[in-house]
Design a protein around this ligand. Structure first.
Ligand code: DCP
Ligand code: MG
Ligand code: MG
Length: 362
């Protein structure tokens, strides 16, 4: 099956959080500044919202210059720790939309890859619906917008997410990859910096399409073997690299699709039982106890619902997990008429196991 890879990037992230925190800022140009130790005179623009961008302000511009362009903009100092907290919540939410917790890779404070090959059944049409769900969840939980790119690999997904910013969804099906890349200038290719761009320009190469057609030997001659062949691969839209969790995460979860969409209790409970076993096995192998339990259902129309519970103590008791999971599934069954498409269970607030074994030991 062809892989389906999603890249999500928050829109004007730091400024969007400031806008959310203070609704009176809505509609104004907002510039978030990283002031240097020379005070407000020094420093560079961290980011700004799209209203400020329309006036020519952009990241990395000296704050002084931004002020001279538009003195009436709202200038705010960065609050990195706060943005990091918001980011952590968003990342958890994104991770819960990946096929497995491991099929998730955060690459910066505001962006991540997730693989949805399984949940979309390898179908790019379904993937659009999943992207919609993700955007709605981010909006509802974090109060900000994001842009989503979907493609057959990380390279294409990453480039697709910036194709329609802000608040966009861009799906590039495998057979549309060449058409998508060819007309773009080489500097848009992920991984190409200014030096490479200039060198290619000297060789008469301006578009990604031209780069893809260039004899690989010419590239090897100019950039060396590794870089030369890499450029050729990138320009042709090839990227085999897996989506891989970088740090060990603070949660363990499993999701799976029912054999077919259904609201048959037996089918739902049996599948959930397997997921619970998997989660407990993983928690055991990592030697962790958990304090929170979250169950998820994705209905046949791709709408998602989750329900979480935080326990008084950290436990690693299979029966507690199973009971919570089953009760929540029952709750979902009782409260909707839709068929279930996928279900999931995750544990969080992980702590290393100390003396305590399970609730039976208390
Ligand atoms: N950032 C920064 N300095 C830069 C670039 C970015 O401090 N030179 C910070 C502020 C951004 C955040 O990183 O909000 C994410 O960077 P992005 O490149 O994703 O930019 P934004 O999210 O701000 O805008 P966009 O809508 O273009 O993604
Ligand atoms: Mg961003
Ligand atoms: Mg980003």
């Amino acid at each position: 099956m062809e892989r389906v890879i999603v890249h999500v990037d928050m829109d004007y992230f730091y400024a969007a959080i400031e806008e959310r925190e203070d609704p009176s800022l809505k509609g104004k140009a907002i510039v978030v500044c990283m002031y240097s130790n020379r005070g407000e005179e020094g420093g560079a623009v961290s980011t700004c919202n799209y209203t400020a961008r329309d006036m020519g302000i952009h990241s990395a511009m000296p704050c002084r210059q931004a002020r001279s362009i538009y003195p009436d903009a709202v200038f705010l100092p960065v609050r990195k720790d706060f943005y990091k907290e918001v980011s952590d919540d968003i990342m958890k939410l994104l991770q819960s939309n990946a096929d497995t917790d491991e099929a998730f890779e955060q690459i910066s404070i505001d962006e991540a890859f997730l693989e949805i090959t399984e949940s979309s059944s390898g179908n790019f049409k379904h993937s659009f619906e999943i992207a919609n769900t993700i955007k709605e969840e981010v909006k509802r939980n974090a109060g900000i917008t994001c842009s989503v790119g979907i493609g057959p690999n990380k390279l294409i997904a990453k480039m697709a997410s910036s194709f329609q910013k802000p608040d966009g969804i861009t799906v590039i099906e495998p057979e549309k990859v060449q058409e998508f890349l060819s007309p773009m200038p080489v500097k848009k290719l992920w991984g190409i910096g200014r030096v490479t761009e200039e060198k290619l320009s000297e060789m008469g190469i301006e578009s990604i399409g031209e780069l893809a057609k260039l004899d690989v030997l010419k590239l090897v001659e100019a950039f060396g073997k590794n870089r030369g062949t890499l450029l050729k691969r990138l320009a042709s839209g090839t990227d085999e690299s897996p989506v891989k969790e970088k740090t060990s995460s603070d949660q363990i979860g499993r999701m799976a699709s029912l054999k077919h969409d259904s609201r048959d209790e037996k089918m739902v409970f049996e599948l959930m039982d397997e997921l619970v076993e998997d989660v407990i096995a993983k928690a055991t192998s990592r030697n962790v106890a958990f304090r929170s339990i979250t169950a998820t259902v994705i209905y046949s129309n791709f709408k998602t619902e989750t329900k979480s519970r935080t326990l008084n103590h950290a436990v690693y008791d299979k029966e507690i997990l199973r009971k919570n999971a089953m009760d929540t599934m029952q709750h979902f069954l009782d409260n909707s008429r839709l068929n279930f498409r996928r279900i999931g269970i995750r544990v969080g607030n992980l702590q290393e196991r100390t003396g305590q074994k399970s609730l039976f030991d208390f």
